[in-house]
Ligand binder design. Structure first.
Ligand SMILES: NC(=O)c1ccc[n+]([C@@H]2O[C@H](COP(=O)([O-])OP(=O)(O)OC[C@H]3O[C@@H](n4cnc5c(N)ncnc54)[C@H](O)[C@@H]3O)[C@@H](O)[C@H]2O)c1
Ligand SMILES: O=c1ccn([C@@H]2O[C@H](COP(=O)(O)OP(=O)(O)O[C@H]3O[C@H](CO)[C@@H](O)[C@H](O)[C@H]3O)[C@@H](O)[C@H]2O)c(=O)[nH]1
Length: 340
């Protein structure tokens, strides 16, 4: 893939602008990735049914409202845009809901992905980047989770993501469709320019909930468990800035196209922050207290999930730039406090 083709081609050289289909491009991570694709000279075409997305987040490239299950729509899009590759974010991502209504999750996240892959076959597109998750590892006891750590998901959301990983391997073997499987740890933060940010409805993620509690836009934050075997008793996660995730997607696309080889990477920092540390960081940046309640552990939450990230560094040349917890919180704070 010719990254940065538009602005940096020498005079007289033919400029090739490549289109990339971004499913879920109106969502949180998808919209930030569209910005990064555009700044690398690529044209993201966002396909989103707006069940959870936001039309105003699509600011880079065309928007198409529709569903990945709609094969006819996909055929028309592949014919019109001749996509060089697909980045596939579209999915439901509420772990608790996936336990209550697994059919909804397997239909959208697994069957929907098969619909997309079949359209890629028909449309002659052979590169896909897939949003996987650390939830595929379940409750690992490793200090640092590597790509070879056993994947034993403990809920339908994680199991569906793992099924898609398996399907992608089978599609590569049978049909030559190459994949980049990116297992994100905890996405957080917002566009440093403040153009877009994190908006899930309902919101379940720690950083936005702590900020909204500090702003008085939501009730006190409930700390889910203070009796974990961790230094301060609260659970530890590996928070990764959404713009670092976006950068990794462009790098993974470049890798697929240049090396003609699939890749599987964890995307995390290798460092963990506890719930208590995140709350203290929010309070310091906001200059006000975060009101909290102490509650029970959330079922299914492991004490600690921290990624090894050597492979992403070596294979993609990826080095997180904005993922210090203070930078994540500062960018998220700027976005939320402006949103009002
Ligand atoms: N946020 C995280 O911490 C995190 C961590 C690991 C993995 N992930 C994965 O990353 C991806 C993006 O997550 P996000 O936080 O940006 O979520 P999000 O809900 O903000 O974005 C997902 C988008 O997909 C759209 N969508 C869902 N089903 C669709 C369908 N059938 N057809 C078309 N559009 C559809 C939604 O409207 C939404 O805009 C998801 O696949 C999620 O499972 C997220
Ligand atoms: O009100 C809250 C919300 C969260 N937490 C804790 O904060 C940490 C982070 O929680 P959250 O922001 O909800 O993220 P996770 O549950 O760690 O994220 C998982 O859930 C995502 C689904 O949205 C998956 O995609 C991710 O891969 C997976 O790490 C956990 O220890 C939670 O128990 C609280 O204490 N109080």
């Amino acid at each position: 893939m010719t990254v940065s083709a538009r602005n940096q081609a020498p005079e007289g050289e033919k400029i090739v602008v490549e289109n990339v289909l971004v499913t879920g491009g109106a969502g949180y991570i998808g919209s930030h990735t569209c910005k990064e694709l555009a700044s690398n000279g690529l044209v993201p075409v966002s396909l989103d049914n707006l069940v959870y997305g936001h039309r105003e987040f699509v600011q880079w490239g065309p928007f198409v409202q529709g569903d990945i299950a709609d094969g006819r729509l996909l055929d028309a899009l592949f014919a019109e845009h001749r996509f060089a590759a697909v980045i596939h974010f579209a999915a439901f991502a509420y772990v608790g809901e996936s336990v209550q209504d697994p059919g909804k999750y397997y239909r959208n996240n697994v069957a929907g992905t098969i619909s997309l892959l079949e359209a890629m076959r028909r449309g002659g597109c052979s590169d896909i980047i897939f949003s996987s998750t650390c939830a595929t590892y379940g409750m690992p006891d490793a200090d640092l989770i590597g790509e070879e750590t056993r994947q034993e998901p403990i809920n339908p959301y994680g199991r569906g993501k793992l099924m898609v990983e398996t399907i992608l391997r089978d599609y590569q073997a049978a049909y030559g469709i190459r994949h980049g499987i990116l297992r994100y740890f905890n996405a957080a933060g917002a566009d440093p320019d403040g153009a877009i940010g994190e908006r899930h409805d309902p919101e379940t993620h720690l950083v936005p909930l702590a900020i909204r509690a500090a702003l008085g836009q939501a009730g006190p934050l409930t700390i889910f468990g203070s009796d974990y075997p961790t230094p301060d008793g609260t659970a530890i996660r590996d928070y990764i800035h959404v713009t670092d995730l976006a950068d990794a997607h462009v790098r993974a696309l470049t890798h697929l196209r240049r090396e003609r080889a699939s890749v599987v990477c964890n995307l995390g920092t290798g460092r963990g922050s506890s719930v208590q540390e995140v709350i203290e960081t929010v309070a310091a940046i906001a200059g006000r207290e975060v009101p909290v309640l102490r509650g029970a552990r959330r079922p299914g939450d492991p004490p600690r999930l921290v990624s090894a990230n050597g492979r992403a560094r070596e294979v993609l040349g990826w080095v997180p730039q904005r993922s210090a917890i203070a930078t994540i919180v500062a960018d998220a704070w700027n976005w939320h406090s402006r949103e009002g």
